[in-house]
Design a protein around this ligand. Structure first.
Ligand SMILES: *[C@@H]1O[C@H](CO)[C@@H](O)[C@H](O)[C@H]1NC(C)=O
Ligand SMILES: *[C@@H]1O[C@H](CO)[C@@H](O)[C@H](O)[C@H]1NC(C)=O
Ligand SMILES: *[C@@H]1O[C@H](CO)[C@@H](O)[C@H](O)[C@H]1NC(C)=O
Ligand SMILES: *[C@@H]1O[C@H](CO)[C@@H](O)[C@H](O)[C@H]1NC(C)=O
Ligand SMILES: *[C@@H]1O[C@H](CO)[C@@H](O)[C@H](O)[C@H]1NC(C)=O
Ligand SMILES: *[C@@H]1O[C@H](CO)[C@@H](O)[C@H](O)[C@H]1NC(C)=O
Ligand SMILES: *[C@@H]1O[C@H](CO)[C@@H](O)[C@H](O)[C@H]1NC(C)=O
Ligand SMILES: *[C@@H]1O[C@H](CO)[C@@H](O)[C@H](O)[C@H]1NC(C)=O
Length: 747
């Protein structure tokens, strides 16, 4: 086998990294009482270790979850040794098929024929030395494939952990091969402290009663309701109705999470069942399984895995006693820092939570519903990207091409496409080709789906929800709300002036005057543009807070460019890549000094755009939007001053977390990710190629010619349109006159 385990030095340095990441347990500093059976904090159980990132049951995975109980799915080899493997079928989680291509067999496993490779067909020496582990879930990174299989005894002795949990998924199956799971478990529990033993088989747990240490908790594992439990012939669904019986064989139960919070077929949460209460009343602890940051999410959680944990441990009604998860770090955060928060607290302190097209993760961009949700979710600043209609009305719309964010493609206007080279090469139906009536009466908004290439879609029930907003509607809405400010973004100003005869800077200034924004001081008005000429013009005629958005990926900004920016901007927005460069979805170890350079010049820095969907984030943030925010805010050498996000709720909740200001006592799982940490721990051949350092921002990137004057001859909007109609009227009068003249001459 080319790729067995790759040695101790790798493991050593990985542990170093993860010590930083995971030091300290979730138990941490919670004084509050929990609604768990014991009143203590829920247990985090790391399924096969940190299996969301590393292959399930690998040394890396077990070494990366120090605050969590370590879960091992016990399997037996031909010679009766115990190994940890997530599935009795080794096909997906190991490289067994290349070790023994002809070894495929079909066995009847509890009444179901299963085709694959099975541990009891192989000697432990072969499995431990020749067969490597791999990531069975295709949406996860395979860069750490190739690690060795781990013996059960190692999990029991090698790692610093609050508890070891052995799960015996199959006992009756192994017994057909003269392998005695019970003797194996009893023998290891004589040598080592085993904290938990779980099994979905009644007879197996029964056979351990009174034979294991009193400190070992026996847990009955429920499988899907319709599945038949092999020793009683009852379905798990019917066993659930007899918890008094379960209590005679176990001190706790482990249930699929949908037993507690059921979801509909189309993935919406239903009200909770009484299972937690029932279990607690029967004196049973209750643990829930199937937690992961990257799949099996209900839309109700808005792709925020931390929100899901909170709904099981901090919902006001009950708390489960533990979570079985592939991503222990996120459960540790939830338990350690995010319970009992008062979500209505808003202080508008750093980091500013700036919405991106409103709460566009939940509702179509820039609709009334997206803005209402952003405010309700605790955004400090809501934003309006301004476009203009054919009749000269400034509107909030995230794209100048209506095809991106409305139902125009299925409307009577679908054929009104044009190719406008100044904007983009492909045809579009542009906001300035339709009147406000056309848009607001005939089109519906369309939710944005930036991760659709990964088949991740935002809440389908909200797909076309809400109403479009004019800039004036937006200002009316925002006024009087508890916001630190509003942000108005302007692009294509030169195009609008020259080709549409529309002066967007003047129009926005006028709208702000009309709404009273220019005369109030409670909310800050921020104007954002990627084009310095727009900000220069605002600087000349207003006192608004001007935000320069750097589009380029840059590592730093040349002093001369910063001096230029200072002339027209009060703050800067930068993209995620310019703060943390990424290669193949991993953070590189390059340290960009852009944030420090801008901040030392007195310019606050906002980072754009953060999203909850895990595919939008580098692996180093563990598929956890909260980790990503934390990395930007707590970045050593300069945290950002604000985040621009599709999901303001997640960012606002981050600001409330109880571990925010703990200094040296901050638990390890709230340390910012270490750039390059994961790459360094990959075997050389699979490391992504190093990328060239990004260029710095230069003066020439910043400098722009001044905005052109508004071309009053250009056909279109507002006051210039009225004039155009008058001219046309004059022409037709003239034509009529001439025709009559000719006619009379001919007579
Ligand atoms: C295992 O892999 C096969 C294809 O190789 C796939 O069809 C199957 O769904 C996988 N099973 C799991 C549990 O991932
Ligand atoms: C369970 O049912 C199967 C047939 O459905 C039967 O063969 C078996 O004896 C039953 N076992 C028990 C313990 O009742
Ligand atoms: C609960 O299960 C036990 C053992 O199988 C059985 O004796 C008892 O009748 C069951 N109780 C109910 C209410 O089903
Ligand atoms: C989940 O979302 C759906 C759709 O918005 C809603 O009807 C349902 O009440 C929500 N479920 C819970 C438990 O809040
Ligand atoms: C939550 O915060 C709000 C706003 O600061 C406050 O009015 C309310 O009393 C707080 N609620 C609790 C339970 O502390
Ligand atoms: C859209 O507006 C632009 C600018 O006024 C114009 O050049 C173009 O022809 C219009 N397209 C359509 C389809 O009306
Ligand atoms: C960064 O990573 C590259 C390999 O990707 C390595 O050669 C270099 O030494 C690392 N630099 C630092 C400062 O760790
Ligand atoms: C910025 O605006 C100027 C007009 O002020 C225009 O000439 C230039 O092309 C714009 N730059 C970009 C990158 O769009």
């Amino acid at each position: 086998m080319g790729r067995g385990s790759y040695g101790c030095s790798v493991v050593g340095s990985l542990l170093l990294l993860l010590l930083l990441v995971c030091l300290g347990s979730a138990v941490a500093q919670k004084a509050s009482t929990w609604k768990t059976l014991s009143g203590g904090p829920p247990l985090v159980i790391a399924k096969g270790g940190f299996s969301g990132l590393f292959p399930d049951s690998s040394d890396f995975a077990y070494g990366s979850a120090p605050g969590a109980a370590l879960w091992c799915d016990v399997q037996l080899t031909k010679d009766g040794a115990g190994i940890c493997l997530p599935d009795i079928n080794m096909n997906n989680c190991t490289g067994i098929s290349s070790f023994d291509p002809k070894g495929i067999k079909t066995y009847n496993v509890n009444g179901v024929p299963v085709k694959g490779w099975f541990p009891m067909d192989y000697k432990s020496a072969d499995l431990l030395q020749q067969v490597f582990l791999k990531q069975p879930i295709l949406s996860r990174t395979d860069k750490f494939d190739g690690l060795a299989i781990v013996p059960v005894e190692d999990v029991l002795s090698k790692y610093k952990t609050p508890a070891v949990w052995l799960n015996v998924q199959h006992d009756s199956f192994y017994s057909q091969f003269n392998l005695n799971m019970r003797s194996y478990i009893l023998s290891v529990s004589k040598q080592f402290a085993v904290d938990y033993i779980s099994s979905p088989e009644v007879n197996f747990l029964n056979s351990l009663l009174g034979r294991v240490s009193k400190k070992t908790k026996l847990v009955f594992r429920f499988l899907d309701e319709q599945t038949v439990e092999p020793s009683t012939n009852q379905t798990y669904g019917s066993l659930l109705k007899n918890l008094t019986f379960i209590k005679t064989i176990a001190s706790g139960v482990l249930v699929p999470k949908h037993y507690i919070l059921p979801v509909t077929k189309d993935n919406y949460l239903q009200p909770h069942t009484s299972v937690v209460d029932d279990a607690h009343k029967a004196g049973l602890e209750i643990y829930a399984a199937d937690f992961a940051n990257d799949f099996s999410f209900s839309y109700n959680y808005s792709y925020d895995p931390l929100a899901e944990y909170l709904s099981f441990i901090d919902n006001g009604a009950f708390s489960i006693d533990g979570v079985l998860t592939d991503f222990p770090i996120t459960s540790s955060e939830a338990i350690g820092c995010f319970t009992n928060l008062n979500n209505s607290k808003i202080d508008h302190g750093k980091p500013l939570v700036i919405s991106h097209n409103g709460a566009s993760g939940d509702y179509p961009d820039c609709t009334d519903l997206a803005y209402q949700k952003a405010v309700a979710d605790g955004a400090d600043v809501i934003d309006c990207p301004v476009q203009v209609t054919k009749d000269g009305i400034p509107i909030c719309m995230s794209s100048i091409d209506l095809g991106d964010v409305t139902t125009v493609a299925n409307s009577q206007f679908s054929s009104q496409t044009s190719v406008i080279k100044d904007i983009k090469a492909s045809p579009g139906v542009y906001s300035f080709n339709l009147t406000w009536d056309d848009i607001s009466k005939n089109l519906k908004p369309k939710i944005s789906n930036p991760m659709s290439t990964y088949k991740l879609y935002r809440n389908p029930r909200n797909m076309n929800a809400g109403n479009f907003m004019r800039l004036s509607d937006f200002l009316d809405f925002a006024k009087g709300k508890d916001l630190s400010g509003i942000m108005i973004s302007i692009e294509h100003a030169a195009f609008m002036a020259q080709n549409l005869g529309f002066g967007v800077v003047d129009a926005v200034t006028k709208a702000l005057d009309d709404s009273g924004y220019s005369k109030q001081t409670t909310q800050q008005v921020m104007i954002q543009s990627t084009n310095s000429s727009v900000l220069v013009k605002f600087k000349q005629q207003t006192k608004y807070n001007l935000v320069y958005m750097i589009e380029e990926n840059v590592r730093d900004a040349a002093p001369s460019s910063i001096a230029d920016i200072k002339k027209f901007a009060d703050a800067v927005s930068v993209n995620t890549m310019s703060v943390y460069p990424v290669t193949q979805k991993f953070l590189t170890n390059q340290t960009n000094s852009l944030v420090q350079s801008l901040q030392s010049a007195g310019l606050p820095v906002y980072v754009y755009v953060l999203m909850n969907e895990f595919v939008s984030q580098p692996w180093d943030f563990f598929s956890d939007a909260t980790q990503q925010i934390n990395a930007y805010v707590k970045r050593p050498g300069g945290g950002v001053d604000g985040v621009i996000t599709d999901f303001p709720a997640t960012a606002h909740r981050y600001k409330l977390n109880s571990c925010m200001n703990m200094g040296n006592n901050t638990p390890g799982f709230m340390f910012p990710a270490q750039p390059g940490g994961l790459i360094e721990n990959m075997p050389g051949p699979v490391q992504p190629p190093a990328i060239a350092p990004l260029p710095p921002l230069t003066e020439s990137d910043v400098a722009e010619p001044p905005l052109p004057a508004v071309n009053s001859n250009a056909k279109a909007p507002a006051s210039s349109r009225a004039a155009a109609i008058r001219v046309r009227a004059d022409v037709s009068v003239l034509v009529t006159f001439m025709l009559c003249l000719c006619a009379s001459l001919m007579i």
